[in-house]
Write a protein that binds this ligand. Structure first.
Ligand code: C2O
Ligand code: CU
Length: 461
């Protein structure tokens, strides 16, 4: 697999099945010779980047890049990641969306956080194919905003072979005119505690699109697979894609059946979407639709590819349907109600079932919700608030059965489900991964202000 973005360096890759060209952040170098093990060293440390504001920006990053190295391997391979903590506070890595063993989940009740200078090795078998991502699970509003995040691409032998693989990681950062990352004053900031921290600089693969979109080239007659990841603290991206025939083929990693072509894409914090893209016109464009409160929509070009030979047409590929757990009558029910409240002029407090938990320590003092593992479960999420919340469950997948009573037009499963204001989601999960698993809103400022809970999932009976 060739890398056509990052200086053309040919990069080792544990599981490059197809011959697709890779376009996106650099693939991690594999330090292990075994074909079925991807071994990587990651160092979380300060570095400097230029996002076109002031004198540049001091970030925290993995191996000096935002996003960090892309960890690409096949489902079933072993992933071994040695993390070194080179920042001045505790950190961990959480494997967002991956059904890892509980002890590898990176939350501080299953692992002692890494103190500054510490090392820890995460190691597990990649349980599912798809697009996942990694980020710290301590002081997340600050550590992720400062640049600590990267993507895991778990390839699947059942996926059709494409010509080009593109990864587009979306983020927004809140910078001061000097270029410094704006301070984190969540407890005092009523705006950030309400809507989450919305940045003033939009990033695509760690490059600012303030002065223009990221540019690339594409070819007619080719089939591309795009993986989009929303790594922003809070912003839900609304996206339009032009100049191509395209379909959504996977959500949060899992293929969907049948593929869909909505007018627009909606990608909430934490979510991923995979597209099949057939370049068809002169320019292939990805446009962010910014929706500032009480103003018209502002289209913001994020990515443009000039298409060579746009008249060459490619045929859509055959994407096999996902294998989903059968939705059988449920024998267990859980309802979570999301709500928020604030004293006049004070920061919001966000709750799940009336409780605000702001740290793992709180959680352990509180009561995780006991559930039976390997049990068909009706999980109902009620958004009893006026704004949206992307609900994220660790360690398990969820099938959306209905949102406000309406069944989706396709089958799939997610780890992060967006609930608009006052919506109710009916979800189905098997809770097939035992352990103590966090569930929270993925607007990081909402978690920090209380919106989390945990499930204590028993082993199979
Ligand atoms: Cu990406 Cu608990 O989160
Ligand atoms: Cu929320």
């Amino acid at each position: 697999m060739r890398n056509i973005l990052a200086g053309g360096a040919a990069l080792a890759c544990a599981a490059c099945g197809g011959e697709a060209d890779w376009w996106g952040p650099e693939l991690a170098e594999d330090l292990d010779r075994d074909r079925h093990t991807l071994e990587v060293e990651l160092e979380a440390a300060p570095s400097s980047l230029d996002w076109g504001v002031g004198d540049g920006t001091e970030v925290w990053s993995y191996n000096g890049a935002v996003p960090g190295p892309v960890l690409q391997a096949a489902v079933g391979d072993t992933l071994r990641v040695r993390l070194h903590n080179g920042i001045e506070e505790d950190t961990t890595i959480h494997w967002h969306g991956m059904r890892v063993p509980n002890t590898m989940d990176g939350v501080s009740w299953v692992q002692d956080p890494l103190a500054p200078g510490d090392d820890f090795t995460y190691e597990f078998t990649i349980p599912d194919s798809g697009t996942f991502w990694y980020h710290p699970h301590i002081n997340s509003p600050e550590q992720i905003e400062r640049g600590l995040y990267g993507v895991v691409v778990a390839t699947d032998p059942d996926d059709p072979t494409v010509d080009v693989e593109r990864l587009l990681v979306l983020d927004d950062v809140d910078l001061q005119p000097t270029g410094e990352i704006a301070p984190f004053e969540l407890d005092e900031s009523t705006v950030n505690s309400e809507l989450g921290r919305l940045g003033n600089v939009l990033l695509v693969n760690g490059a600012s699109v303030l002065d223009g979109p990221v540019r690339a080239e594409a070819r007619g007659g080719q089939v591309e697979r795009w993986r989009l990841v929303n790594a922003a603290n809070a912003r839900t991206f609304t996206l339009e894609l032009g100049g191509a025939d395209w379909r959504v083929v996977a959500e949060d990693g899992t293929r969907i059946d049948p593929p869909q072509t909505p007018d627009r894409l909606t990608l909430a914090s934490g979510q991923r979407v995979d597209l099949e893209v057939l370049p068809a016109e002169e320019d292939l464009t990805l446009t962010l639709i910014l929706q500032p409160p009480s103003a018209d929509e502002i289209p913001w070009p994020a990515f443009v590819a000039e298409i060579e030979r746009p008249d060459d047409a490619a045929e859509p590929l055959d994407w096999p349907p996902p294998s989903l757990p059968e939705v059988v009558p449920t024998t267990q029910e859980v309802t979570l109600t999301l709500a928020g409240d604030a004293e006049d002029g004070a920061a919001m407090t966000w709750t799940i079932n009336g409780q605000a938990w702001t740290s793992c320590e709180d959680m352990l003092g509180g009561d995780p919700i006991p559930v039976d593992g390997d049990t068909p479960t009706a999980l109902t999420i009620v958004n009893d608030s006026e704004i949206q919340h992307p609900f994220h469950l660790h360690g398990q997948f969820m099938q959306v059965l209905a949102i406000d009573g309406v069944a989706p037009a396709y089958a799939g499963q997610r780890d992060t489900v967006l609930l608009e204001a006052e919506q109710t989601a009916e979800l189905f999960t098997m809770f097939d991964n035992p352990g103590l698993w966090m569930a929270h809103c993925h607007i990081l400022e909402h978690v920090a202000r209380g919106m989390m809970t945990a499930f204590d999932v028993s082993s199979a009976r």
